[in-house]
Design a protein around this ligand. Sequence first.
Ligand code: S3P
Length: 170
Amino acid sequence: MSRNILLIGFMGSGKTTIAKKLKKMSGMEIIDMDREIAGREGMSIPEVFERYGETYFRDKETALLIELQARDNLIISCGGGIVVRDENFAEMHKAGIVVLLTASAATTYRRVCNNNNRPLLNGNMNVAYIQELMNQRKPLYEKAAKIVVKTDRKRVQDICAEILERVQNV
Ligand code: S3P
C-alpha cells in the first residue's frame, strides 16, 4: 500500500487500536496525530487545550495534515475533531484514503469512560452527551469518508482485514 490510510471517527471509535493492528498486518507506519502534536508541543492534549485553547490545537491539526501529504505508506490516526474544520476535508483527501470507523454511543461510552484525556468529554462523560455530539458530527464524518466501517461487536482483526481489502478497490 503506498497511499496513506486516514482513520477518522468519533472519540472511542477505535482509531488507535485499529491503527496498531493495521500496522502489524500491512507493515505500514503509524502516525497518531494527537500523539504527534502532543510530542511536538511537549505536553498532553488536555494541556494544549487548557493553555492555548481549541483553535490553537485545530491549527496544529490542519498544519500536520498538510505536512503528511508529502509522505506515503502511513496509517494516519486522526483526532476525532478533524472534521470540524471545513478546510480539512480537502486536505484529508490530498493526504490519502479516508476511512470512517463508527460505533454506537453506548459502545463509545464503554470505551472512553475510564479515560480523562479527552477535554471535550470532561464533565460530560455520559451516553446522552456522547450521542448528542455524535449526532452533530455524523454528517461531517460521512461527508469526509470514502469508506465507512462499523466496529460494534466486531473483532479488531476482522475490521482491519475489511479495511485493507476495501482500500484496494478505491
Ligand atoms: C477530539 C478528539 C481527540 C483529540 C481532542 C479533540 C475531538 O482525539 O483530538 O481531544 O474533538 O473529537 P481522539 O478521537 O483520538 O480521542
